[in-house]
Design a protein around this ligand. Structure first.
Ligand SMILES: *[C@@H]1O[C@H](CO)[C@@H](O)[C@H](O)[C@H]1NC(C)=O
Ligand SMILES: *[C@@H]1O[C@H](CO)[C@@H](O)[C@H](O)[C@H]1NC(C)=O
Ligand SMILES: *[C@@H]1O[C@H](CO)[C@@H](O)[C@H](O)[C@H]1NC(C)=O
Ligand SMILES: *[C@@H]1O[C@H](CO)[C@@H](O)[C@H](O)[C@H]1NC(C)=O
Ligand SMILES: CC(=O)N[C@H]1CO[C@H](CO)[C@@H](O)[C@@H]1O
Length: 413
């Protein structure tokens, strides 16, 4: 054989290998995710296909696990409303964190509607050991924060592969108690201003707070302790700036506090990478910022949790499916961080009381309890369906799944 012949054979061989792999990948996509709703997905950026650049040895090995390559990123713009997949409502579940001995646990509720929606063991947290390529591919069908649609595998994985596997459940029953985990979830709602609920809130085993959770100066109304603080990169980074005029200095940082991150966008993964490495953020809007500074010395990887996309999507699908998801605005429509926090409590506590969440008479109060004066109009962001959330809190209260704090007539102002 002459030189050219060898050469040609080599090319033919590589082409065959490569194209059979490409087809294998496509077959996988079709076999599992058949419902591409509109047209073909766009050409993949190179980064999503790094595994295809692998050498011959790699290729052969991968052929035996041919499902294991990241699919081409789906583009949000190609869907005019929330896309539908036949695995929308399929979620990972984990083993229960502890056997519930609490007789009054909301897990034991007999309420039909709640039981139909509630998955007591839904996977709550994302970490390096519960993600792999097939998970990535599944979750790439859902927009952020419900999945990884339009994201690049390598960019997200750089952070996710650092997230430690939680070594203990988020909450445990207090030793010597009756086995019930009692939680207060404190939202930021104006209803708390002048409420004098501080002592009642403090009487709970654990206190959840979220976003701009200011306590200094508001103790009589909202208490002072924080056991679980739920935040996004935006809320922990921006709150000191936005709420400076109210005297807010930093996120809660009680000794032993548990931090829970709600990863709402790509910037949250960039934040996470910096935070987990203990370095400055290397790209995106927080470039050059030092995330650990925002946790006031209380960041500790054994007390840090990242909400799982399955949990966030389950909350949306089963509890807070906004009508606006059927409009062209669908990519930005999602429950509030307060809603995710309250639902997290309903999945990690036995008895839950919610304070500072929306009630029927919300128009009487300022938007946030820290506001000294009531604005003419409450600013309600169109990305959230507040009415839907309000109705859910009312329903859960009425059905005795949780207690929603509502002001008594005499307390009105
Ligand atoms: C090809 O991949 C194998 C397995 O990962 C590795 O051991 C080998 O060094 C690679 N060869 C080249 C030429 O990169
Ligand atoms: C990938 O992760 C999912 C979810 O954690 C798990 O169920 C599945 O077995 C994993 N697959 C592989 C090939 O490891
Ligand atoms: C992190 O938290 C755990 C559990 O609360 C504790 O045992 C450990 O000493 C802490 N580590 C540091 C470096 O503070
Ligand atoms: C907050 O509460 C105080 C005391 O009850 C009241 O005077 C004030 O008007 C309230 N502020 C708002 C914004 O509702
Ligand atoms: C995640 C998933 O559904 N994987 C399936 C993809 O399709 C192949 C072939 O049909 C199955 O073997 C996998 O289990």
């Amino acid at each position: 054989m002459n030189e050219c012949g060898i050469c040609c054979l080599f090319f033919l061989f590589s082409w065959l290998l490569f194209s059979s792999k490409r087809r294998a990948g496509d077959r996988f996509i079709e076999a599992n995710f058949t419902i591409w709703t509109k047209g073909k997905p766009e050409t993949p950026p190179a980064a999503a296909f790094t595994t295809q650049k692998a050498n011959k040895t790699n290729l052969r090995r991968e052929k035996s696990v041919e499902a294991e390559i990241p699919i081409r990123p789906l583009i949000m713009k190609s869907f005019r409303k929330l896309p539908k997949w036949n695995f929308d409502d399929v979620y990972n579940e984990d083993a229960p964190s502890w056997p519930t001995t609490c007789a009054k646990s909301l897990r034991k509720s007999r309420d039909e509607m709640f039981r139909k929606a509630f998955l007591p063991n839904i996977r709550l947290f994302l970490h390096k050991d519960n993600i792999n390529v097939s998970e990535w591919n599944r979750l790439s069908h859902f927009n952020s924060p419900f999945g990884f649609m339009q994201y690049k595998y390598d960019e997200v994985m750089a952070a996710v592969k650092l997230i430690p596997k939680p070594t203990e459940p988020l909450l445990l029953p207090r030793p010597g108690g009756d086995g019930c985990v009692r939680c207060a979830v404190v939202g930021t709602g104006g209803i708390l201003n002048g409420s004098r609920m501080g002592a009642e809130i403090e009487a709970h085993d654990y206190i959840f707070r979220v976003n701009g959770a200011m306590t200094t100066g508001f103790e009589a109304d909202v208490g002072h302790r924080t056991s679980v603080y739920v935040h996004s990169a935006h809320s922990i980074f921006k709150s000191p700036q936005l709420l400076k005029k109210y005297g807010y200095k930093s996120a809660p940082h009680d000794e032993g506090i548990k931090y829970v991150m709600m990863p709402e966008a790509m910037k949250d993964f960039q934040w996470l990478e910096g935070l987990l490495k203990g370095r400055k953020v290397s790209s995106g809007p927080y470039h050059g910022k030092q995330p650990r500074r925002y946790y006031s010395g209380q960041y500790n990887e054994s007390r840090f949790y990242v909400l799982h996309q399955d949990f966030l999507r389950y909350v949306r699908n089963r509890f807070l499916k906004a009508a606006n998801l059927q409009s062209k605005h669908w990519p930005v429509v999602r429950p509030t961080n307060g809603a995710f926090t309250l639902l997290l409590a309903l999945h990690t506590c036995d008895i839950v009381s919610a304070y500072g969440f929306m009630t029927d008479d919300y128009k009487k109060y300022s938007h946030y309890y820290i506001e000294k004066t009531k604005k003419k109009k409450n600013v309600l962001h169109p990305r959230h369906d507040y009415k839907l959330e309000l109705n859910l809190w009312k329903k859960l209260h009425k059905r005795k799944i949780m207690t929603l704090y509502q002001r008594k007539k005499t307390q009105n102002h």
